[in-house]
Ligand binder design. Structure first.
Ligand code: ME8
Length: 638
């Protein structure tokens, strides 16, 4: 029987659009799924959206729409992002799906029937952003110990789940299965948490209704984490136990961020024990993507939008950066500078150049046709051949142990080896010889190395693998597997097709190019740094609140948007360099701050009568300065 691999990501909250942190988890899961498929295993890859609970209900209310309409729109944006990132999942579970409703009610009923859920009263603290109950003793200065935000006092009748009953059994499982919680540091944290004593968990709520009703008591909705964790079974058709359940349960890997390890390594396994189902083989808690050493979050205003990055750098540069730069399991910093450096060094220089120079030489010496290699390679040739030949197995071993960085490092070691081989074997000198057999071997070896590299990187960088394959003049990449990553399968006589560089270098100017207002207005806004001004000077600048009525593109200027705004006294047109940061539709109704007494200017032929205020972070993320609807258009800002 073929080996199986069932991998999941967390199902994300559609309380807001996803950021690069969510893209990180999903890219890693996708690459693992793609790799194992490539290595000949049967793979099932599930992601989804966690749509119930107080947080979502409140967000919908604040926007004046129903929770269902609210989540429908955001979930569509999740799917759009995954498509742009080349995420190839097998199933997407929405917790508002009927099938999920059925699974959650079955789980709740079963655990209740066998006596592990009981009714009582809850009085304690609740963190709505984390959807987490806290006992007083775990709070930190009255705040949520996880997200540090304020908690709310909750007092309500609830159903409770007997976590405490299973603590010993869970500790024993963790001890006997060192692979269950990874990396090891998180295992120790979880063991300490369990040893600190498990309280029974509140698993229903009565003070709002956006959730799945408790099957036998419709006054209660199921607690959102109890609901969400069940998604891993929903995807397999639970409560039907034949079919997918039989084929895929237990999961091989739940990939999650470190902050939700407690739910996945304590609550979830205990739910499974109560259901008499086997536990997942591994829960891996990876680290956080930090921004200037701080966790990315909407409320801190430091989130990075993956769609903006993809438009600018291409999807594979982002995928590569996430998997190569961040040590898997540890926290890592995201910065634009590091992204540009990585892309230029590893992708443009090492990989892109190897392909480019190899195919250029092949064009020059053999009209782009792969020559026949000589029968007996020399030592230097053999070293390259051996390296390429063993790489597939090495990468597979790395990935079986979730060592993603190592896998990529090893592939790039071969790329480095091949670049060095070009210098050592100097084909330009061999080309001067009458006998072309050595040149033939060297060129064959280089193209064959590139073929193996293309195969091995495709699970990580699908577009790049594809582009390389085409330039190498090969067909049928999708049907290739790890078994094809062995030396010598490249047929001599293949006509290669050198194309554009696969990763053009990103010029330094581009990195420094400001995303804001074009020249004409910039002159108005520049002031010598550090010069003190009087309050009178400041008051010369008339800042007012403006409501955006319309927004649209400016022809021929992909950084600019044209806005029609209401500044209270009149309507104005403002042209601003924010197109890379905002979709026009997202701007309508926003109340922003504008300088209303700026001299009008023409930008790309469009009149701009004022300037808007925006903040730009060091990585280029831009946010408009805005106020709530409580402040009408025309209000003075000072
Ligand atoms: O927790 N760095 O959903 P969520 C790395 N609905 N990963 C990050 C990250 C960052 N800065 N920010 C988010 C929930 N993530 C629940 C899950 S599962 C049954 C229910 C990733 O939308 C990481 O995987 O808050 C983290 O665990 C997850 O997004 C949290 O997503």
């Amino acid at each position: 029987m073929r080996e199986r691999f069932y991998v999941t990501t967390p199902i994300y909250y559609p309380s807001d659009r996803l950021h690069i942190g969510h893209a990180y988890t999903t890219t890693v899961a996708d690459s693992l799924a793609r790799w194992h498929r490539f290595a000949g295993r049967d793979v099932y890859f599930v992601t989804g959206s966690d749509e119930h609970g107080q947080k979502i209900q409140r967000a919908a209310l604040a926007k004046g729409v129903t929770p269902q309409a609210y989540v429908d729109e955001i979930v569509a944006s999740f799917k759009h992002l995954w498509e742009k990132m080349n995420i190839r999942y097998d199933d997407f579970v929405r917790t508002t799906d009927d099938r999920h409703h059925r699974a959650v009610q079955a789980v709740f009923q079963k655990i209740y029937d066998q006596g592990d859920i009981y009714k009582s009263a809850y009085e304690g603290w609740y963190c709505t952003p984390c959807e987490t109950f806290w006992v007083e003793s775990r709070l930190e200065e009255g705040h949520c110990p996880d997200c540090k935000r304020p908690v709310e006092l909750v007092k309500e009748e609830s159903y409770f789940f007997r976590l405490s009953k299973y603590a010993e059994r869970l500790l024993k499982h963790i001890e006997e299965h060192p692979e269950f919680i990874q990396p090891e540091s998180r295992r120790n944290e979880m063991v300490n948490f369990i040893k600190g004593g498990l309280e029974d968990l509140c698993v229903s709520r009565t003070t709002f209704d956006w959730g799945i009703p408790v099957p036998f008591d419709s006054k209660h909705v199921v607690y959102v984490w109890f609901d969400a964790l069940t998604n891993y079974l929903t995807a397999l058709g639970y409560p039907d136990t034949d079919g997918l359940m039989e084929d895929w349960w237990p999961a091989d890997l739940h990939l999650v961020g470190k902050e939700i390890m407690r739910f996945h390594t304590i609550i979830w396994p205990i739910m499974l024990m109560a259901l008499e189902l086997p536990l997942p083989k591994t829960v891996f808690g990876h680290g956080w993507l930090l921004f200037d050493s701080d966790k990315m979050s909407k409320s801190k205003g430091n989130v990075v939008d993956p769609l903006v990055l993809i438009d600018e750098f291409g999807v594979d540069a982002i995928r590569y950066f996430l998997m190569r730069e961040i040590s898997f399991g540890q926290d890592g910093n995201f910065s634009r500078k590091a992204l540009i450096e990585r892309t230029n060094a590893d992708l443009a220089n090492d990989l892109g150049n190897l392909l480019n120079r190899t195919l250029s030489m092949l064009n020059r010496y053999f009209d782009g046709v792969v020559p026949e290699p000589a029968a007996s390679p020399g030592d230097v040739d053999q070293a390259l051949i051996d390296h390429a030949n063993r790489l597939g197995k090495e990468v597979d071993d790395c990935l079986k142990q979730f060592k993603l960085n190592d896998a990529l490092i090893r592939i790039w070691q071969l790329v480095g080896r091949a670049n060095k081989y070009v210098d050592e074997r100097a084909p330009w000198n061999l080309a001067k010889l009458e006998d072309k057999s050595e040149l033939s071997s060297v060129m064959y070896n280089l193209v064959e190395t590139l073929r193996i590299v293309a195969l091995l990187i495709k699970p990580f960088l699908p577009e790049t693998g594809e582009k390389m394959w085409q330039q190498l003049g090969l067909a049928g990449l999708n049907s290739k597997s790890l078994a094809d990553a062995v030396w010598g399968l490249l047929p001599a006589g293949t006509q290669t097709a050198k194309g554009d560089p696969i990763f053009p270098r990103i010029e330094a100017e581009k990195e420094e190019e400001p995303a804001e207002e074009p020249k004409e207005q910039k002159q108005e806004e520049t002031k010598p740094e550090g010069v003190l001004i009087s309050i009178d000077d400041f008051m010369k600048c008339e800042l007012v609140v403006a409501e955006i009525l319309e927004a649209g593109p400016v022809k021929g200027a992909d950084r600019l948007l044209k806005l029609q705004v209401d500044i209270g006294s009149e309507k104005r047109q403002i042209v601003a360099g924010i197109a890379k940061h905002y979709a026009p539709a997202d701007l309508i109704g926003k109340r922003i701050v504008v300088v209303q007494n700026l001299k009008p200017a023409k930008l790309r032929g469009e009149l701009s009568e004022g300037m808007l205020l925006a903040a730009t972070s060091p990585d280029g993320t831009l946010e408009l300065v805005s106020v709530s609807e409580a402040i009408p258009a025309g209000s003075r800002v000072k």
